[in-house]
Every structure is written in C-alpha cells, then in structure tokens.
Ligand binder design. Structure first.
Ligand code: GLA
Length: 396
C-alpha cells in the first residue's frame, strides 16, 4: 500500500482521552460529512487509546469495551464506511498501551488479523511499556509486516515520538507516517516547541512516510483531555499553517460536533490544505534571512544558524505546478517583520531571470509583490504568521 499525500482526518485523543463511546464516534463521523470537512479531504475517523477491555479473550484476541462500544468495532467500521470515510484504531508495540490497556507485543499477527476483520483502515501504533530486549525497529517491523499480510490495506501510523532514532529506521518498517514529536497540548508553548523541534527532521519527510507533528489542537479552546490553557485564533492559524506547510498529516483533535465558525475557517481553508496536499510533496526548506550571520561551525545536527532563524523563520516548499509555498512565522513576543531581509534570490529566483513573485496571502487574499527583489513584510503580530502561495511572473 502506498500513501502519497499526508493523511487527513480526526482523532479522539486530544479532546476525549479515555472518555470515548460509540455514539460520540458515530456522531463525529456524521459531522465529518455534514460540516464539509469530508469535502475538504478529511477522511479518517481514528479511535485512540482506551477502547479495549483490560483482558484479551480466550483466543488471545483484543475485545472492544462493550460499555463504550455496545455493538463492537465491526459495527463502528461499517457505519464509518457507509459515510464514505475510513476507520482508524490504536494499539501499542509494548505490553500495554500508554493508558494501560493490552498492547500488541507478541500478539502482532493476531491483532493485525483482528483489525483487518473489523474493517480497520489505519493503525496508530504507540511505544509505551515496550520490552528492552527487542529493538524499536524490530518491534515496528513486526507490526508493519503483520499489517502488510493482513489481507487489508491498513495505513501504518508509527508513534514512537521520534525516540531511539526513529527517523533512521522507520521507513523500513512500512510506516506511512511517523510521529516526529512528543505529545502536543493545547497551549502556545507546546506549539512553539514542537514546531521548533522539527527543523532537523525535514530531510526525512515526504512521500513514503510523512513526518507526523501530532494531532491538531485547533478549536480546542482549552477544553478536553489535552486542553491546557488554549490558544488564540492567531496562534491556531499559525499552528495550522505550519503543520500544513511541513506536510504533516492533519488529524483534527477538537470536538468537531461543536466547532465555532472561527475553527471551521481554519480547518477548512482549502488553499492552505492544497499546500499540505501538494502532489509533489517536496521537502520544505529554510530560507536564509539576510540578517543572519552564518555560523560556520554549526554541527550537522544543530537545527538553527541563530536565534533569529529560530524565532522568525521563513520556510518555503516548491509546489508541483512551479509555485512556491512561503510561510513567515513570528514566534517572538513582539511585532516583527522581514522588511528588507528576505531576498527572492535566496529561494532560487535570481534577478537575471527577468522574473519576480506574486505572493497571495492564503488567509487574507492580499497580494504582495517584491520590491527590487526583496519581499517586504512588516509588522507581523507576535505569535502570528503569513502564509503565501507565490506564483512566478514577469518582472515589468
Ligand atoms: C501516547 C501518544 C498519544 C496518545 C496517548 C494515548 O502518549 O503519543 O498521542 O495516543 O499515548 O494513551
């Protein structure tokens, strides 16, 4: 099975944690369709941890909790499929899941078969309580192989948080996406630190296995399982823009049954989603700011040249049709800009080409043109960003 775009969907964990039920999942599937999310490309409904009984049955099979899921998982899968959506579930490479339910260690083949029989299309595979006696790569290869032989196409979502050098072996396991971060929570500090931790991983990103920056907190507004504090509209916009630009899978984490208009505006911005779903899936890259003093002694694994690059990064991605996605992010606590420091030349368009850029702001629709080869963007509010699709046009 081949996945050539970052998966889009919804996952129960961020809002509901262990407080999940058949009714909530089925209603969320309804809303996925009715709200227009499906039409925007979101397709997976994923049940995270805490869906199982604490004991396996006499044949060693996982059993869905009959109080939470009275009709069993096949029923849930059939319902989700009847809506034209796909069904995701969760297990773990260890003895137990992170919340203490049975894990798949030494049961990989039984569980893969069970998931296939239930009609599962996506498996998130966690890394808690794993044995020290088997390497991480072997644990993930076990499940990757079992899923590939389960008789059903099941997307394999590895969730070892980037630990044990995940990036170096994860593609070999058959994982279609891999968690390159620790767990997100619904706060600016979390968004900022996850975002800034991702720079060094971009060379591993792309078709075959997408870097998964964790589920979105957009629209949680401080409520739910990881709802600590919440974020402002601008912060959620930055979060969504950055996850989209870095080709992360976009798994919604809020309660989609109660989305505000602001939340919908973010999650359903089709132009931003196009940047995420661009067919070429090129590696995003950092554009050098002219203010930067290049640190020649930077070690290969050191993510940033300087604090400036860390706090006010300019990130670009070449798109399939020749356009360029460009994001400018203000992680600082004050208004900031890139007034005379972002040269078009630095993204690969020299003045000698006779060309320049037409930048369309994907949130406001505003069009911006560089002046003498310099993209002039002033006064970006703290914790906010500008995200553009840049078209190459003739220089008049
Ligand atoms: C880990 C994962 C989370 C979530 C929980 C469930 O912490 O990283 O995304 O799945 O387990 O217990």
């Amino acid at each position: 099975m081949n996945i050539n775009r970052p998966p889009l969907g919804w996952n129960s964990w961020n809002t509901f944690g262990g407080n999940i039920s058949e009714d909530m999942i089925l209603r969320s599937a309804d809303v996925m369709v009715e709200s227009g999310l499906k039409e925007c490309g979101y397709e997976y409904i994923v049940i995270d941890d805490c869906w199982a009984m604490k004991e396996r049955d006499k044949d060693g099979r996982l059993v869905a909790d009959p109080v939470k899921f009275p009709h069993g998982m096949k029923y849930v899968a059939d319902y989700i499929h009847s809506k034209g959506l796909k069904f995701g579930m969760y297990s773990c490479a260890g003895y137990w899941t992170c919340a203490g339910y049975p894990g798949s260690f030494e049961y990989e083949w039984i569980d893969a078969k069970t998931f296939a029989e239930w009609g599962v299309d996506f498996l998130k595979y966690d890394y808690c309580y794993h044995t020290p006696n088997v390497s991480a790569e072997t644990l993930y290869r076990r499940m990757g192989l079992a899923l590939a032989n389960s008789g059903r196409d099941i997307l394999f979502s590895a969730c070892s948080w980037g630990s044990d050098y995940t990036r170096q072996w994860v593609k070999s396991t058959g994982a279609h996406m891999w968690r390159s971060t620790g767990d997100i929570v619904d706060s600016w500090a979390s968004i900022k630190s996850l975002a800034q931790s991702q720079i060094v991983f971009q060379e591993y990103n792309g078709q075959g296995s997408f870097n998964d920056m964790d589920m979105l907190v957009v629209g949680m507004n401080g409520k739910g399982n990881v709802g600590v504090g919440g974020c402002t509209f601008e912060e959620y916009k930055l979060h969504f823009s950055l996850w989209a630009l870095l080709s992360s899978p976009l798994m919604i984490g809020c309660d989609i049954r109660n989305m505000s208009d602001e939340t919908k505006k973010i999650l359903m911005n089709k132009e931003v989603l196009k940047i995420n779903q661009d067919p070429a899936c090129r590696e995003p890259f950092f554009v050098l700011d002219r203010r930067l003093k290049i640190n020649e002694n930077r070690k290969p694994d050191e993510p940033f040249y300087s604090n400036l690059e860390k706090e006010l990064p300019i990130i670009a991605k070449f798109l399939d049709n020749g356009d360029i996605a460009i994001g400018l992010f203000n992680f600082t606590e004050s208004k900031a800009g890139w007034g005379s420091h972002f040269l078009v030349d630095t993204i690969g368009l020299p003045i000698t080409s006779g060309k320049t850029l037409e930048l369309t702001d994907l949130w406001s629709g505003e069009k911006i043109y560089p002046l003498n080869g310099v993209v002039k963007i002033y006064e970006c509010d703290p914790h906010s960003c500008r995200l553009f699709r840049a078209k190459i046009i003739d220089l008049k």
